[in-house]
Design a protein around this ligand. Structure first.
Ligand SMILES: [Zn+2]
Length: 344
């Protein structure tokens, strides 16, 4: 069911933890060292039916496999798509996943007897970038994941801003076009409904219907459906419609970022998630759109908008690092790395 990749790195006395990342489409698990090195990595499809049981059993199975390879893992960290209470590790609901009201931290601790943290998936990824990635030099930053949905983490003064119970930073659901397409959350015109992989595929289908003779429509017919990967490959080969779809995604992402920049004074906006591998196709239009829509750009310049360091591995790395930092409760001995002076 899963494909494990082992890199055969000797662990010695290095501290390590298991990081899990439950996305809308894929679930990843990895053994990660305290410095963010991945020792073993495993990816499988997120169960899509209405049984919470399947998600938790899949996670426990992945944990067991990794513990057999690395028996000295100290802790488990989970980044889960959706609304997750912190530090309770209780998943309330998720627009793109079937689980809800799931006390995941308690379940994993009971079954594994290892200290566990469960956080929102984008918070975990933001933590990886803020502590170990290129954003570690920035004191204040906004992190956005562009994947099945749009996730986010807000890092202020080097710390994740979670709100009192962990419900803060749902930036994917700020409304950028109230007349726009319906979002998985039920509202219309959320940033996620216009600037995610799901939105890219939906725009792709619409454009293909409107231009049945285009190479993109031909690809959709050949492949049976138009996936984000197909659109990316077509754009890389110079297909004008495919390139336009990415620029349109960047346009909407930039509008969302402009509003966020009006609220926060951040040193950088870091983009992660599955689509950031195609960042060259949309980050330029994201930046120009942010510059057009932000308040007073001549007086409040737009900070760098950059791809993150860890790509789609940020979630597992951040979840494991959060586990080593905070599980089971914040430890006075292990403090997060203090940010240095902002750069760029
Ligand atoms: Zn929404």
């Amino acid at each position: 069911m899963t494909m494990a990749q082992n890199h055969h790195v000797p662990t010695g006395q290095i501290r390590n933890a298991i990081g899990l990342d439950i996305g809308g489409t894929k679930t990843a698990a990895a053994v990660v060292t305290g410095s963010g090195q991945i020792l073993s990595h495993d990816v499988t499809a997120t169960p899509g039916n209405n049984k919470d049981q399947n998600v938790q059993e899949l996670l426990l199975e992945m944990i067991q496999d990794l513990r057999q390879q690395y028996p000295h893992v100290e802790a488990i960290g989970v980044g889960a798509a959706g609304i997750v209470e912190w530090p309770r590790g209780y998943i309330r609901w998720a627009p793109n996943n079937t689980y809800q009201d799931l006390p995941l931290r308690e379940i994993i601790e009971d079954r594994t007897q290892l200290p566990t943290i469960v956080d929102n998936d984008a918070n975990a990824a933001a933590w990886a970038e803020a502590q170990l990635g290129r954003a570690a030099s920035y004191r204040d930053m906004i992190f956005l994941t562009v994947g099945t949905g749009v996730g986010s983490g807000i890092v202020l003064n080097g710390q994740l801003y979670r709100g009192r119970t962990g419900l803060a930073a749902e930036l994917g659901h700020i409304i950028v076009d109230p007349q726009g397409p319906q979002c998985g959350c039920g509202n219309r015109g959320c940033l996620e409904a216009l600037a995610s992989g799901t939105a890219l595929e939906r725009f792709g289908r619409e454009v293909s219907f409107g231009h049945p003779d285009s190479p993109l429509a031909q690809l959709a017919t050949d492949k049976g459906r138009l996936s984000g990967k197909t659109i990316r490959d077509a754009a890389r080969q110079g297909d004008q419609l495919a390139k336009y779809l990415f620029e349109r995604l960047g346009h909407w992402l930039g509008i969302g970022i402009a509003s966020l920049l009006n609220v926060f004074e951040v040193d950088a906006v870091i983009i992660g998630g599955g689509l950031v591998e195609a960042g060259d196709l949309f980050l330029g239009s994201t930046r120009s759109s942010a510059e057009i829509h932000v308040f007073a750009p001549r007086h409040r310049p737009v900070p760098p908008i950059l791809a993150g360091s860890f790509g789609s591995d940020a979630g597992v790395i951040g979840a494991a690092h959060l586990a080593l930092t905070y599980a089971p409760t914040p430890s006075p001995e292990i403090q997060p790395v203090a940010p240095s002076t902002p750069q760029g």
